[in-house]
Design a protein around this ligand. Structure first.
Ligand code: G6P
Length: 367
């Protein structure tokens, strides 16, 4: 049956609002509520013995992979190499037999990612695939299929597939950690509980839709926008910038907060909005000092943080968006919402074709 927009103006908007539901759906197939454990589909190798992970993807899926690198290294203490698919094969990567190569793709058909998958298969890697289309080429060719249950995604700019990928990847990282003996039962319990809180926190983030729509009028006139984040929120900054350029055609760049002083700070003046993604926590103070560097140069800051972060650093920002206070593990899933909404509403203000942006394709099946 054809997917309908229902009461929404655009598919992208509908897909943004579906996220709490589809993330919950996806999580329910990876988390066992009876004993609060992580359960992956059956496969015939020992994931605990994997000593190296290679992640390959494109576009938004690549940014999900970047978040996963933080999680896999933090929890499972396994080194992770990550590359965009179009670069991966041609640099002749070193692939030791028995490594896990993980491909992340909404469509499961992106040509570069599929070619990289086949290359890894020929080079003795175990093939894992996080895909949203269960009948896709990548799904068929994987040894370990990790489906996302986002449902059909129609908007060209990916939204709900991304947060569902994050949900699966968090479960995978926890499962690997358990199998490696690095995560106790209690810790696994905690991880499961935090992940299960994600849909409600995402709903709380969606409650700020009206504020973000109003804020979009501040962003729409800009020619350039910078996004900053640290740790797992750095890939979110990259994703925020990608979403904005994809659908509003405003030039945007994502940067690691601490890297800003090595270049992008030269761009800052009162015409360049700087969107800072910074949940409160151990790294928050560092981000605040990066914000001060921006402010000292007349930069206009939009701070996306929780109540605690906004109380510490919200003053002097041109706008703030309050996120619920969340466990660091689920912050990327929750902070994805305001960056998606900001891009969406900015595109609406500019009157661009949100669901079918110029020059872009939903699935890129050529190299
Ligand atoms: C295209 C889409 C993006 C998507 C990327 C990767 O560029 O416009 O939204 O993130 O392809 O697609 P995949 O299906 O492999 O996730």
């Amino acid at each position: 049956a054809a997917v309908e927009k229902g009461n929404y103006r655009h598919f992208m908007q509908k897909e943004i609002f579906e996220q709490p539901t589809v993330v919950a759906q996806t999580l329910s197939s990876y988390l066992r509520r009876s004993d609060n454990s992580v359960a992956l589909p059956q496969f015939d190798f020992d994931i605990g013995s994997v000593d190296r992970v290679t992640i390959v993807a494109c576009g938004t899926s690549f940014y999900a992979g970047m978040v996963a690198k933080y999680w896999l290294e933090q929890f499972a203490r396994v080194p992770v190499d990550i590359d965009v698919a179009s670069e991966f094969r041609y640099r002749d990567p070193v692939l030791k037999p028995g490594g896990l190569a993980l491909f992340i793709s909404q469509s499961g058909e992106t040509a570069d990612t599929l070619a990289a998958l086949r290359h890894c298969k020929e080079n003795g890697q175990i093939i894992g695939a996080v895909v949203n289309v269960p009948t896709s080429s990548m799904a068929r060719e994987a040894d370990l299929l990790l489906p996302t249950h986002a449902g059909p995604e129609i908007g060209v700019a990916s939204t709900k597939a991304f947060t569902c990928q994050l949900a699966v990847l968090a479960a995978l990282a926890a499962h690997m950690a358990v199998r490696k003996g690095l995560m106790s039962r209690e810790e696994e319990h905690d991880v499961v509980e935090h992940l299960l809180e994600a849909p409600a926190c995402m709903n709380a983030a969606l409650d700020h839709d009206d504020d973000i729509a109003a804020m979009a009028h501040l962003i729409a006139p800009a020619r350039d926008v910078l996004y900053l984040g640290r740790g797992p929120d750095y890939p979110l900054a990259l994703e925020g910038a990608l979403k904005l350029k994809e659908i509003s055609y405003i030039h945007a760049e994502g940067y690691a907060s601490g890297e800003m002083k090595h270049g992008p700070i030269a761009l800052i003046d009162d015409l360049v909005p700087v969107i800072v993604l910074a949940p409160s926590g151990p790294l928050f103070e560092k981000t605040v000092s990066n914000m001060e560097e921006v402010r000292a140069r007349g930069g206009k800051i939009v701070l996306i943080s929780d109540a605690e972060g906004l109380a510490l650093a919200g003053e002097g920002c041109i706008a703030t968006i309050e996120m619920p206070r969340v466990h660091p593990l689920i912050a990327p899933l929750v902070y994805a919402i305001p960056v998606q909404l900001l891009a969406y509403h900015t595109a609406c203000v500019k009157g661009t074709d949100v669901d079918q942006p110029r020059n872009l394709a939903k699935s890129v099946t050529v190299e």
